[in-house]
Structure formats: structure tokens, C-alpha cells
Design a protein. Structure first.
Length: 208
């Protein structure tokens, strides 16, 4: 890495803010920008609509990422293929240490789901249920991997995120500020145009 840090806690903190910003933008903001307003609820090509794309993100995060985390293909390759062929006992022990993980990456994985939920909750209230299910599955999968699969991580102390309430406060405050700003600027315009769009579609159907 180009950066130098005095401790593992400092490195994880820096990594957390960078990954969090990147994941928030790519998972929620970019989709909102590139999707036409008329495709918000699924007019025309249903696959290009905004809400179906958000639903797909939730389900892929609930199913695909958890399956890959439980499968741990790299860990099985090291333990069952490379370790028996190691030249020395020390080399074999290293291969049995488990997969390395970053604490900051695990935090940002949860904040991404929470941010996606709060960003689209105004037009997609079902995202609260999908967010709750996804976070519960993440907790169960991460607990299993922490106890049985992952390598022991370096001690980081409480400098990354001092406590769970402050973790939720950081993510919730940022998500709510962006979501509320978006709602204030767009909600009246959005619902008014969606009503007009539905009326326009009904007129076209009646004319046909």
C-alpha cells in the first residue's frame, strides 16, 4: 500500500472509509443516476427498471455472497490440495491457518446494505424487510466463518469503531442525510410524475 500507518487500527480505519464510500456510490447512487426516471417502477424493459435492479441487489447479496462465503473455495484448496503437498511442517501449518479477512471490509459490507435500504426506502418500503433478512444472514454466515474458516486477525482495539451504537450512528446519520436530501428534492416531483405517467399509460391503452 502507498499509505503508512502506525497501527493496524489506523490502517483498518482508513480502509473502512475508502471501501464504504466506494460501495455506497456503486451500489445505490450510480444506479439512481443512470436509470431513466420513467423506468423507476418498471415501464418498458422491466430488467432496466430501478426498483427491480435494487431488488436484484438485495437478493444477490443475500444469496450469492453468502454462498460464496460459506463455500470458501480458496480455503478448501489450501487445506485439502496444497497442504498435503507441502514440503515442510511449517508450510503445511501456514496453509491451515484459514482465509484472511479485513475487519473494515466486513463493516462496509453491512453498511452497504443499510445505506441501500435507506436510500430507496421512500419509493421501495419493502427494502426494510430485505435489509433485515440480509443483515441476519450476514451475521450467521460471518459468525460461522469467524469460528471455523477465517484466519485470526491482528488485534485492532476499539479505534476502528468504538462501539456498535457509534457504528450504527455513523452509517445511519450519513445514510439518512443523503436519503432525506434526496427525498426533499425529489419526492414531490417523483410522485407527481409517476401519477402522470400512469395516467398517460392508461390513455394509450384505451386508445389501442
Amino acid at each position: 500500500m502507498c499509505e503508512s500507518h502506525r497501527s493496524e487500527s489506523s490502517r483498518q480505519s482508513s480502509l473502512y472509509y475508502k471501501i464504504a464510500l466506494f460501495r455506497w456510490v456503486t451500489s445505490a447512487v450510480v444506479i439512481f443516476i443512470i436509470t431513466p426516471f420513467t423506468a423507476t417502477l418498471g415501464t418498458g424493459d422491466i430488467q432496466a427498471a430501478l426498483i427491480p435492479q435494487v431488488t436484484t441487489l438485495f437478493f444477490s447479496d443475500m444469496i450469492l455472497t453468502n454462498i460464496l462465503a460459506l463455500a470458501d473455495p480458496a480455503g478448501h484448496l489450501m487445506r485439502h490440495f496444497l497442504a498435503p503437498r507441502a514440503k515442510t511442517q511449517d508450510a503445511m501449518n501456514i496453509l491451515f491457518q484459514g482465509s484472511q479477512y479485513e475487519l473494515a471490509e466486513r463493516y462496509t459490507d453491512m453498511t452497504k446494505i443499510l445505506f441501500l435500504n435507506l436510500f430507496y426506502c421512500s419509493i421501495f418500503p419493502s427494502s426494510f424487510f430485505l435489509c433485515a433478512i440480509s443483515l441476519c444472514l450476514k451475521y450467521l454466515v460471518d459468525r460461522f466463518n469467524l469460528m471455523r474458516t477465517w484466519k485470526k486477525a491482528p488485534h485492532t482495539g476499539n479505534h476502528l469503531l468504538p462501539s456498535w451504537p457509534s457504528f450504527l450512528a455513523t452509517t445511519g446519520a450519513a445514510s439518512h442525510l443523503i436519503a432525506y436530501a434526496r427525498m426533499i428534492l425529489l419526492i414531490r416531483h417523483m410522485w407527481a410524475l409517476l401519477h402522470y405517467l400512469r395516467t398517460w399509460e392508461i390513455k394509450i391503452i384505451l386508445q389501442m
